[in-house]
Design a protein. Sequence first.
Length: 360
Amino acid sequence: MFDPGEQSNVQWEAVQVPRPDFTYRGGGGTESTTMFDPGEQSNFQRGAMQVPRPDSAYSDDDTESTTTINSERLGPLESDITYLFPIEDAEMKMEHTHEGMKYLLNGLCMTSLQGRERVLDIGAGFGVWAFEVGDHYKSLTVVAVDANLSILPKFVPPNVVFVLDNVEYDLGKTRHDFIFCRDMGGSIRDWPKLVRNCFLNLITGGVAEFTEFGTVFSAGGTELAFDHPVADMMMTLSRDCQEKFGQPLNPGPNLKEWLKIAGFRDVTQKTFRIRLNHDDSEDTERVDTDSRVDAVTRVDDVKQMFRTIYCNRISGLYKTLAEHRATRGTLQEGWVLDGLRALCGDDGIEIDIVVVCGMK
């Protein structure tokens, strides 16, 4: 039985399941879908964050050796942002998402980080991804940006800078050669503007990578009927997020087009279709050697991890909407519980996760 509280004891990278090399290197826009059916705070200063710049190519002003990222807007940050997912649950949510995506991508991201010098992590939260990148790539400078005071980390690796800011205004003068943006659905009001700002913030040849979790569920490749409990639940939550806060929950389907409009070239989209529940007959067919038994068991744990990710996201989102009286009824009325039961119990339910990359 998979226990999310024990997930740090699971060595996800050790699972050897053959899959293609998804590394994005640019050179031709493509789109593909993979059916993934795996059964010390010293680096943070509020107000004037001095970020070292390794090369003049990374700034619009060659007379500066450092730059302050958007420090003039650090005052009213939290008043103009609505967090749709409870802060008290954010750390576990980010850890689960981080581990699950590491497995899907067989690494920290789809884009190769070799040779990169400056990385910007948008919506870094507790810095799970930024810290691991900084640990693995000592020569990199990682700028981790988030707008929430309550989730600032206590300890920061020497090559990671934590910046308090709202990425919806601008991304500062200092340019980067890789921008990473994952799971920001429900947190951004103007996605085309954010994508355009990412383009402007990159050096020539720099890459932006966006990853978003879908909200439209399917079964056997066919979208669930609107009256299915899962579909009804997600349509209601998505609509309420948009109507109440103006923060779309599912930007994934539009990311590729937004990157093209912003001026990115070699735009590539990779879609991972994940089956969230068991299929005993299929698992039985795959268990034919001892090594396969281990693989199937581990892969099934990952499947349960993604199911846990989605259940936690949905329940957290409902909690926030209910507190703002932005959604219908209460948990006692059953519509969210019905949806969650179906999500956890119905065989064959699938969800898409999209990764979109583009080069400047």
